[in-house]
Design a protein around this ligand. Structure first.
Ligand SMILES: NC(=O)c1ccc[n+]([C@@H]2O[C@H](COP(=O)([O-])OP(=O)(O)OC[C@H]3O[C@@H](n4cnc5c(N)ncnc54)[C@H](OP(=O)(O)O)[C@@H]3O)[C@@H](O)[C@H]2O)c1
Length: 323
C-alpha cells in the first residue's frame, strides 16, 4: 500500500481506505465491524472514515469500540467524522453548519469514538443558511481547541470550496485541505472537470466515496437485486433504479471482460481505476463483510496494470453512461 499526501497538507493517507456508511450498525455488528477494520489495517490501510449521521451515531460508537479493542497506536491511524444533518431534533440540530451545532457536534462524536481528537473533520454538505464566515471560523476553532487536526468539505461546489478557502486566507484561519466527493467509473464530472482548478490552485486533496457505485461495479446487479445486497435493503430502495440500469449493466459486462483479461475481479478494476487519478488522495472503500475487504484491498496490485491501452478500453466501455 502506498501513502499519499492529503492534498497539499502533510498528512499521509493510504491510497485505499475504509468507511462505515450503511454497513456499521446496520449490516455489521461490533465484531464484524472490527474484523473489517483489522482486515483493512492488515492490508496497510491507515484511514477510517465515519460521520455523525451514520446509523445516527451508532457507527461512531462501533468504530470507537473497535479502535479500543484493536489497540493501535494513535499516531498510526487517521479517523474522520462529518457534520451537517444532525442526529437530534431542534432548530439548531438539523441540516446546519452553524457554530452552535458544529462545536457541540464534535464533542458528541469524540465521546462516541472514545477519542481525544479526530484527524479530519468534514462539513458533510454545504449550508446555504449559515454565512460561510461563521462555518469557517467554527472549523478553525474546532482545530484550535484540539478537537480535530484538519478540516474539509463534502459535496461542496468548487465555488463554495474556493469561498471557504478565501475566508480562511483573509483572516489567517485554518484552511480546508480536502473535499470528499462521489467518484467512480459512472460518476466523474465533478472530480474531473468542476474541481480541476482546486488541485494546483489551492492544494485541495480528495477522499472519494462510493468507488463501486454502491456495488453496481462488482457486477452483482446484472441479473437483478441479489438477496443480502445493499440494493435489497428496504431503506436503500432509492438506489435500485441506478443499480439495475440496463445501459450501466451492459458497461459492467464489458468492464468485467477487461478485468478477467487482467486477472482481477471487476471490483478490483473499478477501485484501481479510482486510485489511478493522481488528484485522489485516497479511495474510501466500503464493505459489508471482511471477505469483501480482503478482495478489495488487492486492487492496489491492479494499479500497474492500468496501462494507456487498458484505460482506453475502460473509457470506451463507459462512454455514454458516465456522468
Ligand atoms: N461524504 C459522503 O457524502 C459519503 C457518501 C457515501 C459514502 N461515503 C463514504 O465512502 C465509503 C464508501 O462508500 P460506499 O460504501 O458507497 O462504497 P462502494 O464501494 O460504492 O459500495 C460498497 C458496498 O458494495 C458492496 N461491495 C463492496 N465490495 C464488494 C465486493 N468485493 N463484492 C461484492 N460486493 C461488494 C457492499 O455492499 P453489499 O454487500 O451490502 O451489497 C459494500 O457495502 C462509505 O463507507 C463512507 O465512509 C461518503
Amino acid at each position: 500500500m502506498d501513502y499519499r499526501r492529503l492534498g497539499r497538507s502533510g498528512l499521509k493517507v493510504s491510497e485505499l481506505s475504509f468507511g462505515s456508511w450503511i454497513t456499521y450498525g446496520n449490516q455489521l455488528d461490533a465484531n464484524a465491524a472490527r474484523e473489517c477494520m483489522a482486515a483493512a489495517w492488515d492490508a496497510g490501510v491507515n484511514f477510517f472514515d465515519n460521520a455523525q449521521v451514520y446509523a445516527a451515531g451508532k457507527s461512531e460508537e462501533l468504530m470507537g469500540e473497535a479502535l479500543k479493542k484493536l489497540g493501535w497506536p494513535r499516531l498510526k491511524y487517521v479517523v474522520s467524522t462529518k457534520f451537517f444533518w444532525g442526529i437530534t431534533d431542534g432548530p439548531n440540530e438539523r441540516n446546519t453548519l452553524n457554530r452552535k451545532y458544529l462545536l457541540d457536534g464534535i464533542d458528541g462524536s469524540l465521546k462516541r469514538l472514545q477519542l481525544d481528537f479526530v484527524d479530519i473533520v468534514y462539513c458533510h454538505r454545504p449550508d446555504p443558511n449559515t454565512p460561510l464566515e461563521e462555518t469557517v471560523w467554527a472549523m478553525h476553532d474546532m482545530i484550535e481547541r484540539g478537537r480535530a487536526l484538519y478540516w474539509g468539505t463534502s459535496e461542496w461546489s468548487a465555488a463554495e470550496i474556493m469561498g471557504a478557502w478565501e475566508v480562511a486566507e483573509r483572516h489567517h484561519l485554518r484552511k480546508p485541505v480536502v473535499e470528499q466527493p462521489e467518484y467512480n467509473l459512472f460518476h466523474r464530472e465533478r472530480v474531473e472537470k468542476e474541481y480541476a482548478r482546486l488541485y494546483d490552485g489551492i492544494g485541495i486533496g480528495l477522499t472519494t466515496w462510493s468507488p463501486l457505485a454502491s456495488g453496481l461495479l462488482t457486477g452483482k446487479y446484472r441479473d437483478g437485486i441479489p438477496p443480502g445486497s445493499r440494493g435489497a435493503m428496504p431503506r436503500m430502495q432509492f438506489l435500485v433504479k441506478d443499480l439495475t440500469d440496463k445501459a450501466k449493466n451492459r458497461a459492467v459486462a464489458e468492464l468485467d471482460r477487461v478485468a478477467k483479461e487482467l486477472g482481477c475481479t471487476l471490483a478490483q478494476l473499478a477501485l484501481a481505476w479510482c486510485a489511478k487519478n493522481p488528484h485522489v488522495s485516497t479511495v474510501i472503500t466500503g464493505a459489508s463483510r471482511p471477505a469483501q475487504v480482503k478482495e478489495n484491498m488487492k486492487a492496489i496490485e491492479v494499479l500497474p496494470k492500468l496501462t494507456a491501452p487498458v484505460m482506453a478500453r475502460i473509457e470506451a466501455a463507459t462512454a455514454g453512461v458516465a456522468q
